[in-house]
Every structure is written in structure tokens, then in C-alpha cells.
Design a protein around this ligand. Structure first.
Ligand code: GLN
Length: 471
């Protein structure tokens, strides 16, 4: 599918209609169904909305640039009256009783949601292999993971089913699948987008963000979904902005921080060369590279997995078999009902995380693990703040290697956790970050991550837009 801005132009010129675009999108979803990117396809609903959009256009009442354009959203975002599973057996039959704020805003812009995308169960994972509905396939290389946990949303864009989509990012789940499938993915600053209606994994880290085939499309989508929300007290009161406002700027005199710790051991040699080539091109085009240091970054993955699992163990306690989630038919008494429903309803990875999270919060270990991890989180946030005294943006790889072979998460969960090394620190510090393709190695895409200052998405996206032109 063409990009969002071209589609908007075509709709405007009258060379296409929303109905045609939605039909085209639904046909493509059908044609690529073996990729398993969608958990549900909302054909009837989408066609109905497309007709309404065409009618609005005919009457001169078009709502926005996005009006009539097909998009997809991750299946942990509630959309009233439709199935919202979070990739879990626990919620396989759950119908959302309300709509997430981000989706409400998306639909208010006239965009047409054609389907809910597949994901790692409860957004836990980096490979999209833990979904109850089966793994998502990478359209670029079927023996490789598409990245996770928002792999379905990334693949929906990469395979041309939709022009853009939404995912969620707790420790890299937008940026990593973007890198693995050769598209652009943006995690906004914590508090930029309301989390109301997002099925929580780790509330202090979760953030909703867009995927697109280019930086501009991500900026357009962010402009639509951001803003303060009375339903989410962590949203910022900053007014919504047009994040494309600085897109005419180039790289001259932009200071790009390059963390020395990110290019030390652990980074695949070929990926390193691809990233360094890109940095050189940025320098040739006016950017100034400056080596920076993030001294505590080596502790990011361990503190992330303590904090994320602690919050997950608490957030997921609501799935008890009593209210709306899966209920075991075998239970003999109340305790049995909790135990059986939770062991049958949650997959292995989710159970592993709940156990780990309950352990680090338990009375004997709380100070040793959870409190300690929170202290490390503070140090990492301060490392970034200090680095930003000397640079405008930070550049790094998105992932330490090319997309992993399928099955790695099953055989070696540690290898999977370690692939989060460059992404989790942004969530710990609440910073915005974008992954954009910066070349191919062995026919597989490599992602460049650009990290911005808090709430400076305009600058971040402007620099990303200039970098994209060099690819
Ligand atoms: N891979 C990380 C995890 O499994 C991040 C997931 C995410 O961002 N949702 O926790």
C-alpha cells in the first residue's frame, strides 16, 4: 500500500475512494494471511466506515488528512464491541466494553481501522512467538522473527496491508519489530499518548505509538493520537502539536551523541558497520558527531526486567477467572478456580514473568531487587539528562543483531531478553525514540535508533526525517 501522504493526496484528487482503499487493504490481508499478522479482521465495520468517509468527502466535510485511510491496531488496544485479546487465551473471547483514547482519536480523524494485529502474549516478548494465536511471520525472511511484541502491526505495514498502524512499546516493542521488518516505528515520550484502554503490561513503561513506511507518516499519526486525557493522569498537559512542523530543517549543526557503551562488545560486527556508515553519512551532511557516555547503561536490561515483571505481576492479578477472563471448567473450589484458570489461561512466558515479578516484590527480596532496580532507573535517567547537555539527539543501533532465527525465545529466553539492550533504557527514562531502516545486511534490514529529549518529538522527528533522506 502507498504511504499515508500519497493516499491522502489521491483521496483529495478523487483518483481513489476510501471504499476502494479499504477493499484493497482487506484483499491484501486475505492474500497475506499466512503471515498471521492479524488476530481479527473487521471487514464489515471497516467497509461501513469507508462509505461514511466517502460521503463526508462528497459533502466537503472531510475530517482530516487521515480521513478514509485504512490502518491497523495492536490487539491490546480496546475497541468498543470488538474482540481484544492481547494475544492471550485468557482474553480470547473478551469483547471490549469501551474504546481506548488513542483509538477514539484515530477514528475521530476519520482513519478506518481494518483489523487488530497479532502480538506476543500481553506484549511480553521480542519475537512475536508467544501469542496464543501462533507466531507472526517476517515477510522479508520467513526463517527470522518479525520482532516483537508489536510484530503484527509492523508486518501489517511491511507487507502492504495498511499504510500505517499502532503498537505499544514497554521496552522496545515498537522499535524492534520496525527494525526487523524494515519500517519506521516511533515510541513517544512517556505521557505523550494516553494509555487509557491499553491492556497494561508495565504501567510506568508502556506507551502507544505509530508504525509507518516513513518518518512523516509516523509524525502525522502521533499528531492525531497524542494529548492530555482525563482518563490517564500520567498524560502531559502539553498542547497537541503538528510534529511535522520542522521537516524543512536539515542536519547542519545538529549534534548527534554516540554512546560509546552502545558500540562496545555485544553488537554484531556487520550491524555495527551498517550503523557506522550511516553515522558517517550524517556527518557528511552537516551533523556533528560527539562521543558520549551512559555509564550505568550496562544495568538497564536487568533493572528493566525487575521493574517490568514486578508491575506485570500486579497488573495481571486481575485475570482471576472470576470476572471477564478465561475460566477453567475443572475448578472444584475458589482457590482451585484461581489456580487452574491462571495456569490454563496464561502461556509459559507470561507465567515466567508473573513468578519473577512476585518474587522481586516479596517481603524478603523487595529491597534487594525492586528498590535497587528503581535506584538504577534513576541513575540511567540522570545519565541521559547529563548526555543531553552536550547533544541534540542520541544515535544507536535498535538491536544488537540481525533479526534472530525463529525459535530462539523458546530455547534461550536469556538471548531474547538481551536483544532488548538498546531499547529498554528509553522506557526506563521515559524518552522518545524512533527506529528507521538504515540499510540491509545479508538481505536483512538493520534499524538505526534515534533517541530524543523528553517531549521534543518535533526535533527528533525532524532529524529522523533528514536522516531518512540519506538512506
Ligand atoms: N521485549 C521486552 C519484554 O519482553 C519489551 C516488550 C514490550 O516493549 N512490550 O518485556
Amino acid at each position: 500500500m502507498k504511504d499515508l501522504n500519497i493516499l491522502a493526496q489521491e483521496l483529495e484528487n478523487g483518483t481513489t475512494t476510501s471504499q476502494k482503499l479499504v477493499e484493497e487493504s482487506l484483499a491484501k490481508i486475505q492474500e497475506t494471511s499466512s503471515l498471521n499478522a492479524f488476530v481479527s479482521v473487521l471487514s464489515e465495520r471497516a467497509l461501513e466506515l469507508a462509505k461514511e468517509s466517502d460521503k463526508r468527502r462528497a459533502e466537503g466535510k472531510t475530517k482530516s488528512k487521515l480521513d478514509g485511510i485504512p490502518v491497523a491496531v495492536k490487539d491490546n488496544l480496546c475497541l468498543y464491541g470488538t474482540k481484544t485479546t492481547a494475544g492471550s487465551k485468557m482474553l480470547a473471547n473478551f469483547e471490549a466494553p469501551y474504546t481506548a483514547t488513542a483509538l477514539e482519536k484515530l477514528e475521530a480523524s476519520g482513519a478506518v481501522i481494518v483489523g487488530k494485529t497479532n502480538m506476543d502474549e500481553f506484549a511480553m516478548g521480542s519475537s512475536n512467538e508467544t501469542s496464543f494465536f501462533g507466531p507472526v511471520e517476517n515477510p522479508i525472511a520467513s526463517d527470522r522473527i518479525p520482532g516483537g511484541s508489536s510484530g503484527g502491526s509492523a508486518v501489517a505495514v511491511a507487507s502492504g496491508c495498511v499504510a500505517a498502524s499502532l503498537g505499544s512499546d514497554t521496552g522496545g516493542s515498537i522499535r524492534q519489530p520496525a527494525a526487523c521488518t524494515g519500517v519506521v516505528g516511533l515510541k513517544p515520550t512517556y505521557g505523550r499518548v494516553s494509555r487509557y484502554g491499553l491492556i497494561a503490561y508495565a504501567s510506568s513503561l508502556d506507551q502507544i505509538g505509530p508504525f509507518g513506511t516513513n518518518v512523516k507518516d509516523c509524525a502525522e499519526l502521533l499528531s492525531v493520537i497524542c494529548g492530555q486525557d482525563p482518563h490517564d493522569n500520567t498524560t502531559s498537559a502539553r498542547p497537541t502539536e503538528d510534529f511535522t512542523q520542522k521537516f524543512d530543517e536539515d542536519l547542519s549543526n545538529k549534534i548527534v551523541g554516540v554512546p560509546k557503551e552502545y558500540f562496545a562488545s555485544g553488537l554484531d560486527e556487520k550491524c555495527k558497520i551498517a550503523i557506522e556508515n550511516m553515522l558517517t553519512k550524517m556527518e557528511q551532511n552537516g551533523a556533528k558527531l560527539r562521543e558520549i557516555s551512559l555509564p550505568n547503561i550496562g544495568h538497564a536490561v536487568s533493572s528493566y526486567y525487575i521493574i517490568a515483571t514486578a508491575e506485570a505481576s500486579s497488573n495481571l492479578s486481575r485475570f482471576d477467572g472470576v470476572r471477564y477472563s478465561y475460566r477453567s471448567p475443572e475448578a472444584k473450589n475458589l482457590f482451585d478456580l484461581y489456580a487452574k484458570s491462571r495456569s490454563e489461561g496464561f502461556g509459559k512466558e507470561v507465567q515466567r514473568r508473573i513468578l519473577l515479578g512476585s518474587y522481586v516484590l516479596s517481603s524478603g527480596f523487595y529491597d534487594a531487587y525492586y528498590v535497587q532496580a528503581q535506584k538504577v532507573r534513576r541513575l540511567i535517567t540522570e545519565d541521559f539528562a547529563k548526555a543531553y547537555e552536550t547533544c541534540d539527539v542520541i544515535a544507536s543501533p535498535t538491536m544488537p543483531s540481525l533479526p534472530l532465527k525463529r525459535g530462539t525465545g523458546e530455547t534461550d529466553p536469556m538471548a531474547m531478553y538481551l536483544s532488548d539492550i538498546y531499547t529498554v533504557s528509553l522506557n526506563l527514562a521515559g524518552l522518545p525514540g524512533i527506529s528507521l531502516p538504515c540499510g540491509y545486511v545479508d538481505s536483512l534490514p538493520v534499524g538505526l535508533q534515534l533517541i530524543g529529549k523528553p517531549f521534543e518529538e518535533s526535533n527528533l522527528l525532524s532529524i529522523a526525517n533528514a536522516v531518512e533522506k540519506l538512506v
